[in-house]
Design a protein around this ligand. Sequence first.
Ligand code: PHE
Length: 476
Amino acid sequence: MVAATHTTSEGWSSRWAFVLAAVGAAVGLGNVWRFPTLAGENGGGAFVLFYIGCVVLIGLPLVLSEILIGRAGRSDAVGSVRNVAAESGRSGGWATLGWVEVVAAFLILSFYSVVAGWVIYYAGVMGRDFFGTLFAGAPFAGALQGETTETIQQRMGDLFTNIPLLLAMHTVFMGITFAVVARGVHDGIEKAATYLMPAFFVLLIAITIYGAFLGNFAEAVAFLFTPDFSKLTAPAMNTALGQALFSMSLGSAALMTYGAYVSRETKLAPTAGMIAFADTGVAIIAGLMIFPIVFAVGLDPAAGPTLVFQSLPAAFQQMPAGSLVGFLFFVLIFFAALTSSISLLEAPTSWGINERGWSRPKSAFIFSFSAFVIGIACLLSLSVWSDIRLLGFWSIFAETNIFDTIDGFTGKVMLPVAALLTAIFVGWRADRKLVESETGLEGGLFGLWRFLVCWLAPIAVALILVFGLFPGLLGN
Ligand code: PHE
């Protein structure tokens, strides 16, 4: 037996507060930026279908698993796993699972804040443009009128080499994240989610309807939902699973940490269902928001990570009221990114509070500041440090800068490893009665969930992990 870790005294004020915060954690850059990017790069329909399969069969059961570890353990991710292991008479070494997750959250936060900084920059550019046209008496003008498409697209390259600007935006975003987390679960995290998430949903629906009427909706639907299975290569499958984990905030302590603040009365299974459903719904709606606009002006759906930042502003130039919609579009992404970065910072912060006895503001400061410093290395690697290789000895990271290495290492290695360990821990090691009562599932439904957690999830994740890390095994 190992000693139980200090348990938390904080909690959500209601079930809805938890749902909003958890959906806020899940819905982020992953949905609005990464999902459309990857769906575009991987050929659309078949990728989307496979992604949905991963969500339902692997993601959903793991969302429930992570939340239940948190609620049963009532501590930070490391402490919660340790507590559940202790209660189940298992080794304290399982705390390693919590460690992998907390470190993943911390590392993701570092580059997430840099990308969110780009969002703030674009929101600023488009906002200035909109208010300029508004005061000039042309509220429905297209975005960035007087600029050529090349100038608009050039902005991103210019931004990447403008270190003071990148740094300023990164500082603003991390600063806001810190300010929210330092205020606590009730006054900070929950409040932010209660304001930002409804605003996010309103904007999402509004811009999607706009695109449906003014863009090329039919082509977008065909692109996203007509599967061409020849495009579903093994690397595309790896990408889809990794994206499902990232998007649902799995393997990165966020759900365990938030789970610890859930009351005993809350039924976990329907809540987990809502989180997975909302997250996937938003990803698909984000696709239906972005691609009609992309197709309307004949842009390349496979543009990659620059799709949202480089292609869309140029598209908004040609669309009616593009200046207003473009501005709202980046505000929307900013809201989504903030509720996610809050959860990324809360994971290590709660570790500092529970395991180190630090005050919340101190803990939040220590972790946001250190993630900020790592983030600086990421943003420098976009220009002056672009030749530095952190894991150059490893073929899949041989060509990637610091930014992409941290992104790739967390996404391709840490999250799947954590998901695999979670499935093994909850499926095979944790006390079965404890698990059953936490899920609140009965009979066949519990059996089905257990089958997915014990067998399907670990085997699928392990396969994808091996082939993702050693693509040579597949001969491509
Ligand atoms: N799920 C978030 C997104 O889609 C990112 C995230 C990952 C948040 C891991 C918390 C933990 O953007």
